[in-house]
Design a protein around this ligand. Structure first.
Ligand code: SF4
Ligand code: SF4
Length: 85
């Protein structure tokens, strides 16, 4: 058994109205073979426009299924993803 994998996303670089709308990029979603990234609206966010891009973000799930291929890290144009173990 190796160490636990930790996948994290910097929301100042992707989502929450900062730099990239993850609905338009979604490169990490498409490249991850075990499909560990979830694109969703933030829960509890209060925005006038329910479709405002700043209330969308990507959350990594089930990091135990990560193959540590690092394709998400390589493809992210904002260098917003880190995968460590
Ligand atoms: S390192 Fe590979 S398996 Fe792990 S989250 Fe990134 S793309 Fe998916
Ligand atoms: S690849 Fe990077 S910038 Fe694109 S949606 Fe994923 S985390 Fe955001």
């Amino acid at each position: 058994m190796g160490k636990k994998t930790k996948i994290s996303i910097d929301y100042f670089l992707c989502g929450d109205g900062n730099k990239v709308d993850p609905r338009e990029c979604s490169k990490c979603l498409r490249i991850c073979e075990p499909a560990l990234f979830l694109l969703h609206e933030t829960i509890g966010a209060v925005e006038e426009d329910p479709y405002a891009p700043q209330i969308w973000r990507i959350t990594p799930l089930y990091s135990s299924l990560c193959t540590r291929c690092l394709k998400c890290v390589e493809i992210c144009p904002e260098e917003a993803i880190s995968v460590t173990w």
